[in-house]
Design a protein around this ligand. Structure first.
Ligand SMILES: C[S@@+](CC[C@H](N)C(=O)[O-])C[C@H]1O[C@@H](n2cnc3c(N)ncnc32)[C@H](O)[C@@H]1O
Length: 512
């Protein structure tokens, strides 16, 4: 069995088990995990290791743990937590009217910063009554990270952007890190949780509030849909679902209703928590007919995963893709001109056709801004429609010749058409106008490496590392284009290439 075949088989296994998509840059992570897994388990080769993970649950779980991205920190997106505690919790308490504690789930909790932040914020408002008023569960697929969550010991890194008073009040400093106080730790019940499972333990149910933030980015649309149906089963008839703010549109799949309050977006089930003046504009309304997938069994929905979205869920938006008349005579809401931020979100969530449809709508409505051309050229480039890409890129660059996004797309267009020296020139031009644009350094490094220019490649990877290790949330300098470059992966790969290139250069020097 070839190496490619092993990779393909493991990707499939992992995707079916937990939904993680290991394409593109994540493929390198998979490769590294397979190599180290095989070495640790004394397998002769990757094929033997593949057989092992098929038969040995523990070995498989260890591999999964290598593949998850556990990036998290305390009080991430604090505006959401504030809205929850100040505005929504009082409504939930009023609605429940003493019928048991408010049940909260942090799904994909990683090392625990999210559920613990919720406890701290609740304690801040509800004091000693927190324990009696709230039941907080937290679950993750990765058993190793759950163990870390239970320990509650953190490094400086988990406190990015956290107001110092939280740390002073709830943590004890020790030589090995910041220890979360027992009064907070005891309030979170951690459980192993695979959101793609078909059966859930008896105690995982009846939630009033679910936090599912920064997890769906690792899934494709079909998996996200399956997981939403799962949540639908695990949540109470009146309940609230939070996702990361950049994930909202990619999860607006017609299962839950999108709501907005005080500028924060979330999903609701039932109508009790629907904000009075919600500004939410949903592309896909929840379908509440007999054919409603919500009413179907989870198992059936899983089976339908491979069907195209439209056949599962005739959302208003999907209909409009095929039904010309509904585009010509849109309902009042649909007639609003879509804004670019929403189109960007769709692109980030791997929904280029929906994004393209809206862009065409936007451009046809007279929106001549260069950003619309940029976004369109980016989608076309990803479809490998190089001539059309060039056309729209030209329109964008003639309006804004020094657009970082435009020049970077140009570089990638050259790269993907194998014009490596053209690509190099464009990436250098980007770096000239924006020296901190780490994606340009990264792409440049890759090309230099491919062309055997080891020292130039090394220098460019080192620049990437300098920018990102100083500040892991450094901007990629793109104003419009959601580049498919997760920082964790870029750091991981850059380190690896630096190591290999340095070793290679030492060997070459030694050879002289
Ligand atoms: C980036 S962290 C998000 C942590 C936290 N929710 C936050 O927003 O900071 C993503 C987590 O999702 C978990 N995860 C991935 N697939 C999962 C699945 N199928 N079921 C449960 N958790 C999953 C990963 O193990 C990882 O710890």
């Amino acid at each position: 069995m070839s190496m490619q075949a092993v990779l393909l088989a493991v990707k499939k296994l992992v995707h079916e088990h937990c939904g993680l998509v290991l394409e593109g840059i994540a493929e390198d992570r998979l490769y590294k995990a397979l190599e180290s897994g095989a070495a640790q388990t004394n397998c002769k080769n990757l094929q033997e290791y593949k057989r092992l993970i098929r038969s040995d649950k523990q070995a498989f779980e260890q591999l999964i743990s290598q593949l998850t991205v556990n990036e998290t920190y305390f009080f991430r997106e604090p505006e959401q937590i504030q809205l929850l505690v100040d505005v929504l919790i009082p409504q939930v308490l009023a609605h429940k009217n003493d019928a048991g504690p408010v049940r909260i789930l942090s799904a994909g909790c990683s090392s625990g910063e999210e559920p613990y932040s919720l406890v701290m914020a609740l304690q801040n408002t509800y004091g000693e009554r927190t324990e009696q008023l709230f039941h907080i569960d937290a679950g993750d697929l990765d058993l190793r990270i759950l163990e870390k969550a239970r320990q509650g010991i953190y490094s400086e890194f988990s406190f990015r952007g956290v107001e110092p008073h939280w740390r002073e009040r709830y943590f004890q400093t020790s030589t090995n890190g910041y220890h979360l106080r027992q009064e907070v730790r005891k309030q979170v019940h951690f459980h192993p949780l695979n959101l793609l499972a078909t059966d859930f333990p008896e105690h995982i149910k009846n939630y009033d509030i679910v936090f599912f933030r920064n997890v769906s980015i690792y899934f494709d649309t079909d998996t996200r849909r399956v997981i939403q149906h799962t949540f639908n089963e695990l949540m109470n008839a009146q309940s609230i679902l939070f996702l990361g703010s950049s994930e909202i549109l990619g999860n607006d799949l017609g299962v839950f209703e999108l709501a907005e309050q005080e500028g924060q977006y979330f999903f609701i089930k039932g109508d009790v928590y629907r904000p009075v003046n919600s500004q939410a504009f949903s592309w896909s309304q929840p379908v509440r007919t007999q054919a409603d997938p919500v009413a179907r069994s989870h198992e059936l929905v899983r089976k339908e995963r491979l069907l195209p979205a439209q056949s599962i869920e005739p959302s208003r938006f999907n209909r409009s893709l095929t039904d010309k008349q509904s585009v010509a005579q849109p309902p009042v809401e649909q007639a609003r001109v879509p804004d670019l931020a929403r189109i960007q979100q769709l692109m980030r969530f791997g929904e280029p056709q929906r994004a393209l449809h809206l862009l065409d709508h936007l451009i046809a409505s007279g929106h001549q801004h260069y950003s619309a051309y940029l976004l369109k050229s980016w989608i076309l480039l990803n479809n490998q429609q190089f001539q059309e890409t060039e056309h729209f890129l030209q329109l964008a660059l003639s309006a804004e010749p020094w657009s970082i996004d435009g020049m970077l797309i140009k570089g990638l267009s050259c790269k993907w058409q194998n014009d490596l020296s053209g690509a190099q020139q464009w990436f250098k031009k980007v770096i000239y106008s924006c020296p901190e644009c780490w994606p340009a350094h990264y792409y440049l490094a890759d090309i230099c490496r491919q062309q055997g220019q080891a020292s130039a490649a090394l220098k460019a990877y080192q620049t990437v590392m300098r920018i990102l290790s100083d500040n892991p949330s450094a901007s990629d300098c793109m104003l419009w284009i959601p580049l498919p470059l997760p920082v964790g992966d870029v750091v991981f790969l850059s380190k690896r290439h630096i190591e290999q290139l340095s070793n290679g250069m030492q060997t070459t020097r030694a050879g002289y």
